[in-house]
Design a protein around this ligand. Structure first.
Ligand SMILES: *Cc1c(COP(=O)(O)O)cnc(C)c1O
Length: 394
């Protein structure tokens, strides 16, 4: 099939709810994508942060192949080895909690919100989230997503949610009362434009929750599983959450989400209260195990920190030449370059020249290389980006 034939087929049969780039991707390997016309694309935003250790990592491919041949799916009526093993591996690399598995970030957050209401005492029902957040597209999680553009056309949102400006401790205190069941935030807002929580802010959330018996939920769907140079972004701070959610990079490309809760909190989720048919799927869990092993065997946490810093330095150097780059921020391989102009045209032109980046919040160039990226990949990307910025200048 030609690219045009595939695009026509989508036009006729696939709901057009995504703004798609006019390329058909047929293969991915490491830092690279290949389209149906044989073009190679350096991918520094692989799978919307899903392919955190690159496309088709050999360890993931091998684990999935092996598991598919043994048992693809077994329902949660039974026990299964990959699910238990992945839960242990995650728990040991985080705060020692227990896991509930599902298939996406939104579902993990949905589970977290339900668990917070279930666990906290009667009369606590409110959720506080931060402006600019992104927590998913289901009704509860899109309500939690404190950005009006995602609510448009879907009103009314779920009751019980309150929004506060991110990193504003006074606003948080003002919004807090005894009816709050949980505060949910991202340690670094991803879709919201790569905005890092300040240490004081996360500590204030922790203190307020401790004082009132509310729960602190960290949405690590985008930050988790190594991207920031630690297993989870909260580990850069001096706090631990009560509940943490993850998804995106966890399955190395397979669909999986997880909610981890402290033992005491997890105990409230008894049979009948929450479930997911596909949750904890053998193949997805086998992939998750392989991802964790690959990160450890490759020393990829340290590498994420190192290559991330290198990328930020290269972007800062570009800022000297191109003042439309106003600032560069982020941690590890989660990087944003604040532009003074919309970034859509830059992203399109980079793609034309074989580089895939992302733009969020209209003016934030989002660069999220996979953890296997080497300096040479970053150098190549910066060369392309510099060419694009130079041509736009003239
Ligand atoms: C992507 C994302 C989600 C939603 O995940 P889905 O798998 O698309 O449901 C939730 N929270 C954050 C921080 C995200 O980046």
């Amino acid at each position: 099939m030609t690219t045009q034939e595939t695009i026509n087929q989508f036009g006729k049969y696939v709901i057009a709810n995504y703004g798609r780039l006019p390329r058909v991707i047929v293969k991915g390997q490491g830092c690279y994508l290949y389209d149906a016309d044989g073009r190679e694309i350096l991918d520094l935003f692989p799978g919307w942060a899903v392919s955190g250790i690159g496309h088709c990592h050999p360890k993931v491919v091998e684990a999935v192949r092996k598991q598919v041949g043994e048992l693809i799916h077994i329902d949660n009526t039974f026990y299964s080895e990959p699910q238990g093993q992945l839960a242990q591996m995650l728990s040991e690399r985080a705060f020692g909690g227990k896991c509930f598995f599902c298939n996406s970030g939104a579902e993990a957050n949905e589970g977290a919100l339900k668990l917070a209401r279930l666990h906290t005492e009667k009369g606590k029902y409110k959720f506080i989230t931060a402006q600019g957040s992104f927590h998913g597209r289901t009704f509860a999680t899109v309500t939690a997503t404190a950005q009006p553009k995602y609510h448009e056309g879907f009103m009314p949102m779920l009751p019980g949610f309150q929004y506060v400006p991110f990193n504003d401790i006074n606003a948080l205190k003002a919004a807090f009362d005894d009816e709050v069941a949980a505060v949910m935030v991202e340690p670094i807002q991803g879709e919201g434009g790569i905005n890092e929580a300040t240490p004081a802010y996360l500590e204030a959330i922790r203190d307020l929750c401790d004082q009132s018996g509310a729960l602190m939920i960290l949405d690590e769907v985008q930050t988790g599983v190594g991207r920031t140079g630690k297993w989870f972004a909260y580990q850069h701070y001096d706090v631990e959450p009560d509940i943490m959610t993850m998804a995106k990079a966890l399955g190395g490309g397979m669909a999986i989400g997880a909610m981890m809760a402290r033992d005491k909190v997890a105990a409230s989720l008894v049979p009948g209260k929450h479930a997911s048919t596909f949750g904890g799927n053998n193949v997805a869990c086998a992939a998750g195990i392989a991802v964790i092993e690959a990160i450890e065997e490759g020393g990829l946490l340290d590498k994420a920190a190192e290559i991330g810093q290198y990328t930020q330095d290269r972007l800062l150097a570009l800022r000297e030449k191109f003042p439309i780059i106003q600032s560069v921020r982020g941690r590890g391989l989660m990087i944003g370059a604040q532009l003074s102009v919309p970034g859509g045209a830059i992203v399109s032109e980079c793609l034309e020249r074989g580089l895939r980046l992302n733009c969020t919040q209209d003016t934030v160039l989002r660069v999220m290389p996979p953890m296997i990226a080497e300096k040479e990949h970053i150098d190549k990307a910066m060369e392309i980006l510099q060419g694009v910025l130079g041509d736009m200048d003239s």
